[in-house]
Design a protein around this ligand. Structure first.
Ligand code: BTN
Length: 246
């Protein structure tokens, strides 16, 4: 996949800019928008994404995944998470790097990256997709109430060239994207996502609207819902935000 590449010195949010440009008809092919300083980064719901100016990687991939059906859209979550995992686990080799469902990247029990995907669906097609990535790189102090943030610099005590990281993530993303029209490869991607899932197979505490319980993550279904088996053997399925890891 060939990308057009736009770098902005300052932007409220790369996702918001991608959507604005798309609505103005100014994005017609796969485009990467990167902000050196992102002032109002968005997370899921009303969350904000903290990023000190010039210290982190904040970018969005705006693309037209014509061969992915809306019912298969979770694969976009899987491939961006796996692309991040490959790059970060290539750098941090002595700690456990995993994907916290649905698409946070964790180093041990701390969050190093987050992803915000916004899909525009028209009938049986994904018209347009914005895949926003925030990777904490050289920032060493976090001031927001984001739970457990960490960065490459905190973990490794080294500094990194942000652009190189973006290029590596995009290379992996492109490779995975080419695999999405092959059913066998889709299964391989899904298995690799499952294998690298945070707390998979480990009895852990979760909280849903009825309270706290002990369970094991057993699977993620095609719709991206998490499947758990409780300590009493009951199977439960949850969508994003219907369950919390404790
Ligand atoms: C989350 O974990 O809540 C998702 C955070 C996603 C942050 C990235 S930074 C680049 C892109 N632009 C945004 O406004 N958000 C995403």
């Amino acid at each position: 996949m060939e990308f057009k590449y736009f770098t902005f010195q300052e932007l409220d949010s790369t996702n918001a800019e991608a959507i604005r440009l798309y609505k103005l008809g100014k994005i017609k092919t796969a485009t990467v928008l990167r902000a050196i300083n992102q002032t109002h980064g968005r997370g899921y719901g009303n969350n904000l994404w903290e990023s000190e100016p010039k210290k982190n990687l904040t970018f969005s991939i705006a693309c037209f995944p014509a061969n992915i059906e809306p019912s298969e859209q979770f694969v976009l979550t899987e491939i961006i998470s796996l692309s991040l995992l490959k790059v970060v686990s290539g750098i941090i080799t002595k700690e456990k790097v995993s994907i916290k469902w649905p698409n946070d990247l964790y180093v041990n029990n701390k969050k190093i990256a987050g992803v915000l995907i916004q899909n525009f669906i028209n009938g049986r097609k994904i018209d347009f997709s914005v895949i926003g990535v925030g990777l904490n790189v050289n920032q060493e102090v976090f001031v927001s109430d984001a739970p457990n943030p960490t960065s490459l610099a905190i973990v490794t005590k080294k500094h990194f060239v942000i652009e190189d990281l973006a290029n590596k993530i995009l290379q992996h993303f492109t490779t995975y994207m080419h695999q999405t029209d092959n059913t066998e490869m889709l299964k391989t991607i899904h298995n690799s996502y499952l294998t690298n899932l945070y707390k998979r197979g480990i009895p852990s505490l979760f909280k849903d609207k009825n309270g706290i319980f002990n369970a094991i993550i057993t699977d993620i279904n095609n719709f991206g819902q998490i499947r758990l088996t409780t300590e009493h053997g009951t199977e439960r399925t949850y969508g994003f935000k219907e369950i919390e890891f404790l």
